[in-house]
Design a protein around this ligand. Structure first.
Ligand SMILES: *Cc1c(COP(=O)(O)O)cnc(C)c1O
Length: 389
């Protein structure tokens, strides 16, 4: 599984929390000759087979669709297809992506009601339970599994059944957790579960996908008003196979690539364990060095958010690290910009050699910035990784 570090001279080693590194077999297959995906029945079958494989991976019997667009397209499609004027939508917000759903449902005329949680930990299902006992008149709720700017992991296993018990449909953004954290779409009562190609699956950006439960289809089909979108109208996809008709030409090369990436993931044994071990060792290295983690608890295994020491600008730091070591890690957005940096250890990034190189490069760059660290992060990381588990 170890891969040689062979990169175009001006392409950094990608250690961002998406897009992630793309394996050679995925890159190559995208260059294959193609058929006309709108007319060739073989492609319809290939597309459907890929969707079934993805559904099995997501542990759902629901229909899964792969859409041509970045992850945001699936978020937007879920909101466009469900939300309408007069609807109240519960926005569960403990991070930037969680918060962002409010604007999306507003764009379709629904009323967002925000349930806020602390940004440095997972949503408390106890607090949510109390909230719902007072007010549960919502058509659907939105929640992010891993809110990537902080890396906080929300406990869907507790939260989604709670919402369903109040008759609320659940829309989950699992874009950055998928592949690195367990996901039981049906058992957890997720009605629409959303992912994207460029995070844990380690395919290039360009595809979004989502599962749509029978309850969600019912809600979509029983709207009072028509869906005010074409590209985001999920209903147009419902019978694509029976009708042999796609709402728009599928990006066939992207889907070939994604299918190969999905096969890489499905074939590997112990993917979750690989992510868990790497994430734990990274946290240990950060803490021992004297740096601090942004989160207090509920760490997702796909990304680690680290507070930037006083006096250092995080965005300048990552540019310097990229220029001087050829390794690119993630910066941040909004209030965290410049203050919190992120190591993306999801999918193909979550390999011992890449992560150890990254920690070494981060250490060097911080030291050049005048930061004194208490321990060598690469060494602590490697010690943790060789420990018998
Ligand atoms: C990456 C990501 C998306 C997709 O959004 P982009 O910022 O456009 O890549 C959506 N949700 C989450 C939680 C993500 O991490």
């Amino acid at each position: 599984m170890r891969q040689k570090r062979s990169k175009m001279p001006d392409v950094p080693l990608l250690m961002t929390p998406g897009p992630t590194q793309v394996r050679e077999n995925v890159r190559i297959i995208r260059a294959l000759e193609m058929t006309n995906p709108d007319l060739d029945l073989k492609f319809f079958r290939f597309y459907r087979k890929t969707c079934f494989k993805l559904a099995a991976f997501m542990n759902t019997n629901s229909q899964v669709l792969i859409l041509s667009g970045e992850g945001m397209l699936a978020l937007d499609s879920a909101c466009a297809s469900l939300a309408e004027p007069g609807d109240r939508v519960l926005i569960i917000d403990n991070g930037l992506f969680g918060e962002g759903f409010a604007d999306m449902v507003k764009a379709y005329g629904a009323e967002p009601v925000v349930f806020k949680g602390a940004r440095t930990r997972g949503i408390s299902s106890e607090n949510l339970r109390e909230f719902l006992n007072e007010d549960s008149d919502f058509k659907f709720a939105t929640i992010v599994h891993c809110d990537t700017p902080s890396g906080v992991l929300n406990d869907l296993k507790e939260i989604c059944p709670l919402l369903k018990a109040h008759g609320i449909l659940t829309v989950v953004d699992a874009v950055s957790s998928m592949v690195g954290e367990p996901l039981y779409t049906d058992d957890w009562g997720i009605d629409i579960c959303i992912g994207a190609s460029q995070k844990g699956f380690s395919a290039p950006p360009g595809l979004a996908f989502l599962s749509v439960s029978p309850d969600a289809w019912d809600a979509i089909e029983n709207r009072k008003t028509p869906i005010p979108s074409y590209y985001c109208n999920l209903l147009l996809w419902k019978n694509y196979f029976e009708d042999f008709w796609f709402p728009y030409t599928p990006p066939i090369s992207d889907i070939y690539g994604f299918n190969a990436a999905l096969n890489n993931v499905v074939k590997e044994k112990g993917t979750l364990k690989r992510h868990r071990r790497i994430a734990k060792a990274v946290r240990k290295a950060v803490i021992r060095s004297g740096l601090s983690l942004y989160l207090r608890s509920d760490y997702c295994s796909t990304v680690t958010a680290v507070n930037v020491p006083e006096g250092v600008d995080g965005e300048a730091l990552i540019q310097r690290m990229k220029n001087e070591t050829g390794i690119l890690i993630g910066g941040n957005f909004g209030e965290l910009k410049g203050k919190v940096i992120r190591i993306g250890h999801m999918g193909e990034n979550a390999r011992l050699e890449y992560v150890s190189e990254t920690l070494k490069a981060l250490q060097e760059t911080l030291e050049k910035e005048g930061v004194v660290l208490n321990a060598d992060m690469e060494s602590v990381f490697l010690e943790e990784m060789v420990k018998k588990k």
